[in-house]
Design a protein around this ligand. Structure first.
Ligand code: PNS
Length: 158
């Protein structure tokens, strides 16, 4: 069984994330989407809401499962017998940051990190930008799954 993890905050999931998850699901037998529980960071959606959203929008991939984790990602990998992490790279500055994280994670545990270039259609996309645009009434359709679009409007514009 070839397993991989796609970790993140997913607050909320964007079409960029979904593209990486879908492409990983075609390459691996099992993809675990791992949602970080971060008590220090305020979020728009709770971890359980994010999990429910992720489960809905990844329904078409039978080999994708969604879990939450806290602490170190490599501990989650070890506990779940997952030997590799997939990270999407949008721009060179992502690589700078992710390379250090990948090397540290490997040093800590031997867990590998694989970089997947983001679809250029989404290279400018991030959850924070999406929230900012939606908060000020901008149109985020096409940037996030339809369900997320609907929930963002409900949550941010009352
Ligand atoms: O979507 P994000 O917020 O950019 O995802 C970041 C995430 C969750 C992948 C990263 O913060 C993470 O792995 N956090 C868990 C703590 C950890 O393992 N840190 C690495 C120490 S080298």
């Amino acid at each position: 069984m070839r397993r991989v993890v796609c970790p993140g905050s997913f607050d909320p999931i964007t079409n960029g994330h979904l593209d990486i998850i879908g492409r990983s699901a075609r390459l691996y037998d099992e993809v675990t989407v791992a949602v970080l529980i971060n008590v220090e960071k305020s979020s728009l959606f709770t971890v359980d809401e994010r999990i429910e959203i992720l489960q809905t929008v990844t329904k078409e991939y039978p080999n994708v499962k969604v879990r939450k984790f806290h602490g170190l990602l490599v501990d989650f990998c070890r506990q779940n017998d997952i030997p590799a992490i997939v990270k999407g790279i949008r721009v060179v500055s992502d690589f700078d940051y992710e390379l250090q994280m990948a090397q540290l994670n490997y040093r800590l545990s031997g867990v590998e990190t694989l970089f997947m270039p983001t679809n250029p259609e989404y290279s400018f996309l991030s959850s924070s930008r999406v929230k900012e645009i939606a908060r000020y009434g901008g149109d985020v359709s096409g940037l996030v799954p339809d369900l997320v679009h609907k929930l963002l409007i409900e949550r941010l514009r009352g």
